[in-house]
Design a protein around this ligand. Structure first.
Ligand code: HQG
Length: 184
């Protein structure tokens, strides 16, 4: 499969597994899982046929491991590991974060972030990266990247809950401005 096709299939999966399953008539079940045969059938009926081999390749080679498969054959299921805007409880247990986490954003959001901290915006959680390099890439999607340091150790001690997605993204409900450095 060439890179262009791989990206098209990945974006199609992201759209329907994170944001708009109803568009192709699928539903996300418990913790966001949905049937692979039902998904492929729905995609075909909506004019975007994907073979089982293509799906497996996209999941296995995705640069951010965005999707997870569970089981085999007709009972196989798939979900997006994070990034949903539709209501879904991923069932991730609380986890102890490292002392510092990082958030990549861009300068035009800084006044609002300074005033109200990080908010999930359209998603369910604020997404935090374990290293600066990853946060820089996240921020660069929107312009010149600015990386904020989150005092996740202090937040955790103060009772804020952190979760770790299957693909290594740290999730928090919000980050109050007091725990942010780098926005002076
Ligand atoms: C900003 C991608 C104003 C926030 C990435 C961000 C990530 C505020 C934007 C994942 C704000 C939300 C998530 C506030 C936060 N006022 N702006 N109070 N608080 N923001 O896309 O973290 O390719 O929902 O800084 O790699 O950029 O989709 O979040 O710029 O892992 O798999 O509001 O999405 O992964 O944008 O990205 P997003 P994000 P995928």
């Amino acid at each position: 499969m060439d890179e262009k096709r791989r990206i098209r299939v990945s974006k199609y999966l992201s759209r329907h597994l994170r944001h708009d399953p109803g568009r192709i008539g699928i539903t996300l079940g418990l913790q966001g899982w949905t049937s692979v045969p039902a998904l492929l059938d729905a995609a075909r009926r909506h004019g975007f046929p994907v073979t089982p081999a293509e799906l497996a390749e996209v999941v296995a080679t995705d640069d951010k491991r965005r999707y997870a498969l569970d089981g085999t054959g007709p009972a196989q299921r798939i979900r997006a590991s994070q990034g949903h805007t539709v209501a879904v409880d991923l069932g991730l247990p609380p986890a102890d974060p490292p002392a510092y986490l990082f958030h990549g954003t861009t300068a035009r959001f800084l006044p609002a972030i300074r005033a109200e901290g990080l908010r999930p915006m359209a998603r369910h959680h604020v997404h935090l990266s374990p290293d600066r390099a990853t946060a820089t890439r996240v921020g660069a999607r929107r312009g010149r990247p600015v990386v904020l340091t989150v005092d996740s150790g202090a937040m955790h001690r103060d009772g804020h809950v952190f979760r770790l997605s299957d693909n290594g993204v740290w999730l928090a409900d919000a980050v109050p401005p007091a725990y942010l450095a780098g926005i002076a």
